[in-house]
Design a protein around this ligand. Structure first.
Ligand SMILES: Cc1cc2nc3c(=O)[nH]c(=O)nc-3n(C[C@H](O)[C@H](O)[C@H](O)COP(=O)(O)OP(=O)(O)OC[C@H]3O[C@@H](n4cnc5c(N)ncnc54)[C@H](O)[C@@H]3O)c2cc1C
Length: 326
């Protein structure tokens, strides 16, 4: 077994996901502690230029399976191809992003390899030559430190938590073509319908402005959406707002919605139930607007504004517009 750390680099339509760069940063640190190197696996079709980008973020070897059959994510095609590659490359650690794709692929690949998996990790380090992974449990109330006994040690990594390294424009990698195994594909993705035009997905956003039951109805999302537009942010929502039919489920943040880690999370009219916090507690800066000073959201907020969101949010937007115009 080699001491290398393999990152499964996710791309969609020829664009690499930021999670790949973040994982390469930590992969380089882990590999250095093990005496190995960071590597990347890249699957898809028409991947020109992407291995070079991965090299700039720290991959010394990029394994590339470029095949029409891998153009869109397929559970079987990706698992078969990666299981074969991992068997041959024998990395010590395999990292997968805890993205929609990674949450499907990671456990499948681990099961295929017959190894354990630490899922949705927020920190990774080496202790006594083994991976020590930190993962939030009980809706973020506690942090578990996990060690895996089998090899390779596998983890999925929560996006937007670890910092991506500065790219090194001069860095190069060995590019190794690998076989795409697509004979066993029984289900194919025929279409991907994106969020509404111009909408930013909460799972990928750097800034999120969310509305809860406090917005009072679908039209109550107007000031929330307007502030989001000013900030170039995604619109999020609590389950109460989604269940009431005021906004689509794709916007829901929380235990049964999406897990997000934006740089800024603005919660408007959201009480801060544990199931909501589970999805956004690791946001870097949290701002809460709520008319109840006792609302639990203020316990996790860096900045809290007690007031009616229909007064506060437009005022906030006006001030931010003035600041942004400077
Ligand atoms: C298994 C399970 C899974 C769940 N998954 C999720 C999940 O993924 N995501 C999620 O969000 N919830 C989830 N929930 C639901 C969760 O328990 C809460 O019910 C929900 O988060 C409450 O949403 P809310 O904060 O918008 O509503 P409420 O708790 O009703 O809070 C509304 C808040 O708005 C404030 N408010 C009212 N009017 C105004 C105003 N004009 N200006 C300012 N503030 C105002 C109120 O003071 C109050 O704090 C789950 C629950 C279960 C049991």
């Amino acid at each position: 077994m080699a001491n290398n750390v393999l990152v499964i680099a996710e791309q969609r339509d020829g664009v690499l996901k930021k999670a790949a760069f973040e994982m390469l940063g930590v992969a380089s640190e882990l590999a250095a502690a093990l005496g190995g190197t960071a590597q990347a696996a890249l699957l898809g079709h028409g991947l020109t230029g992407l291995p070079e980008t991965l090299a700039q973020y720290g991959a010394t070897t990029v394994y590339v399976a470029d095949d029409e059959g891998l153009d869109r994510y397929s559970a079987e095609g990706y698992t078969d191809t990666l299981a074969d590659l991992v068997g041959k490359a024998e990395p010590a650690i395999v990292l997968v992003g805890a993205t929609a794709m990674g949450k499907d692929l990671g456990p499948r690949l681990a099961a295929r390899l017959g190894v354990g998996l630490a899922s949705d990790c927020t920190a990774l380090e080496i202790e006594d030559g083994r991976l020590l992974a930190t993962r939030p449990i009980f809706a973020g109330k506690a942090l578990a430190k996990v060690k895996l006994n089998a090899d390779p040690q596998m983890a999925t990594v929560r996006p937007n938590v670890l910092a991506a390294p500065e790219p090194d424009a001069g860095a190069t990698a060995t590019v190794e073509p690998v076989a795409a195994l697509t004979d066993n594909v029984r289900a194919t993705v025929v279409d991907i319908v994106g969020a509404g035009e111009g909408e930013i997905d909460v799972a990928e956003a750097e800034i999120i402005v969310s509305g809860g039951r406090g917005v009072g109805g679908p039209e109550g999302f107007a000031p929330v959406s307007s502030l989001a537009k000013t900030l170039g942010a995604a619109v999020g929502a609590s389950r109460a707002a989604v269940d009431a039919g005021w906004i689509e489920h794709s916007h829901q943040v929380g235990q049964t919605g999406k897990t997000v880690t934006p740089n800024l999370y603005v919660a408007c009219g959201i009480s801060g139930a544990i199931q909501h916090l589970a999805g956004m507690k690791t946001s870097k800066v949290i701002v809460a607007v709520n008319k109840d000073p006792e609302a639990p959201i203020f316990n996790v907020a860096n900045y809290g504004i007690v007031g009616d969101l229909f007064e506060v949010v437009p005022l906030l937007e006006k001030e931010l517009q003035a600041l942004l115009a400077e």
